[in-house]
Design a protein around this ligand. Structure first.
Ligand code: HSE
Length: 442
């Protein structure tokens, strides 16, 4: 590094898994990053919970503080890197930083999903940018791909495995027969899970990410509250296995789809034909399938969580902001935060769950007695819903209880629910039906 090289100064909020990974990547690749930006990036200070904790990175030369104001009000700091998560202190930090004319890089999907619209407006009014690539799908550059790489397309749908913890759990359960809570504990130890892991297993984290992607894809304000959200905690291993038997995999999928009735925004366990690449995305890996009218299908794949994959996206955002500062273009207007100037974003009608349209997997627990199958199929025939596949398992005990598993063609969820209601009233039915949505993604 030469003495005449411009220096840009960072303050990092949070030195946990992702913060520590970010420092490691910045330090290890410092020469390469300076070569790419023509700028020396200096980490001046870091906000920590405790000054004495063990860290995964070398913090020599970094001033540590437990007071966020030391960093967000420091006039020497150009860029705030927010990695504390949550939406209270993090929000306050961003607001102060923006008001102080600092750019922000953040991995905080909860914050962007809930407050992105107002934070982006504040950033634009203060001529600074908020870079948030790491907020969705860890190391995959999906925000840049969607916002910039696919800007010539009308986006038809986005379907993504966007929670690494959930995908890790489903993979380990199916492949190794492991217990749900056991795998979740391992995901926490590996630094994949959120501070509150119910965000992972109940789909909230994926809903945050889907809301962000949908806003970019469909040119609308972020609308997290409208995302239909169902987690994986209620999934039974036998359904993962039956789905496999039928030639499918169950993935926790986020779907944002343009339909004639409006935009479907939904996160739920989903059967996907095993021949689709995305059905074979396993472990902590994430993948996002985006279909544009010009490009067709594109699949974006990579590690969705973990210290350095997430740091990869954070550092690329730092590089973007550094380039913007060093070129003298501080403004966010060249690439609007959501890909469309804030005043041109269009609120869209969001489809309610009863109007969703997809295929369905149903598992019925019934008495093994003559005529049950005929009664069930008759109910579907009356609603004009075609059954695509059906299997019946032999009774496994004296009680003569059997499982019937069937797949329907695509239909309105409301119609399917009416069928389920009628089926539940049959005398042979022994347990509530299990319903899982199916997406062919073809
Ligand atoms: N808990 C998140 C996940 C981290 O498992 O995907 C990355 O956003």
């Amino acid at each position: 590094m030469t003495d005449i090289m411009q220096k840009i100064t960072l303050g990092i909020l949070g030195l946990g898994t992702v913060g520590g990974g970010t420092v490691n990547v910045l330090q290890r690749n410092t020469e390469k990053i300076s070569g790419r930006t023509g700028v020396e990036i200096h980490i001046k200070s870091a906000l920590v919970r405790s000054l004495n904790s063990e860290r995964i990175c070398d913090c020599s030369g970094i001033q540590m503080t437990t007071d966020h104001l030391d960093i967000v009000n420091d006039p020497e700091i150009d860029i705030i890197v927010e990695l504390i998560g949550g939406d209270t202190l993090a929000k306050e930090c961003l607001e102060i930083a923006i008001a102080n004319g600092k750019h922000v890089v953040t991995a905080n999907k909860a914050l962007i999903a809930k407050y992105g619209n107002e934070l982006f407006a504040k950033a634009e009014a203060n001529n600074v940018s908020i870079a948030y690539e790491a907020s969705v799908a860890g190391g995959i550059s999906i925000i840049k791909a969607l916002r910039e790489g696919m800007s010539g397309n009308e986006i038809e749908f986005i379907a993504g495995i966007i929670n690494g913890t959930g995908n890790f759990i489903l993979t380990e359960m199916l492949e190794k027969g492991r217990d749900f809570s056991d795998v979740l504990a391992e995901a926490q130890a590996l630094g994949y899970a959120e501070a509150d892991p119910t965000f992972d297993v109940e789909g909230i984290d994926a809903a945050h990410k889907l809301a962000i992607l949908a806003a970019i894809g469909f040119g609308m304000p972020i609308d997290f509250e409208s995302v239909y959200t169902q987690g994986i905690s209620g999934l039974a291993l036998e359904d993962l296995k039956y789905a496999q038997e039928l030639g499918y995999r169950i993935k926790h999928l986020g779907v944002a789809k343009r339909t004639e009735n409006g935009i479907e925004l939904r996160v739920h366990p989903t059967l996907i034909p095993e021949k689709r690449l995305i059905a074979n995305v396993n472990g902590v890996m994430n993948a996002v399938l985006v279909r544009g009218d010009a490009v067709g299908n594109t699949l974006h794949y990579g590690a969705g969580a973990g210290a350095e994959p997430t740091a990869s996206a954070i550092v690329s955002d730092i590089v973007d902001v550094v380039r913007r500062i060093s070129s003298g273009n501080h403004s966010a207007s060249a690439v609007p935060h959501l890909g469309v100037a804030a005043e041109l974003l269009q609120t869209q009608k969001i489809v309610t769950v009863s109007e969703f349209s997809c295929g369905f997997y149903l598992r019925l627990t019934v008495n093994d007695e003559p005529g049950v199958m005929a009664q069930v199929t008759q109910i579907f025939a009356e609603k004009n819903i075609s059954i695509e596949a059906i299997i019946q398992k032999e009774p496994t005990d004296e009680q003569k209880i059997v499982q019937i598993i069937l797949l329907t063609e695509e239909c309105r969820e409301k119609l399917l629910d009416e069928c389920i209601q009628e089926i539940q009233s049959l005398s042979a039915i022994q347990a509530p039906a299990v319903k899982i949505r199916v997406e062919h993604l073809s």
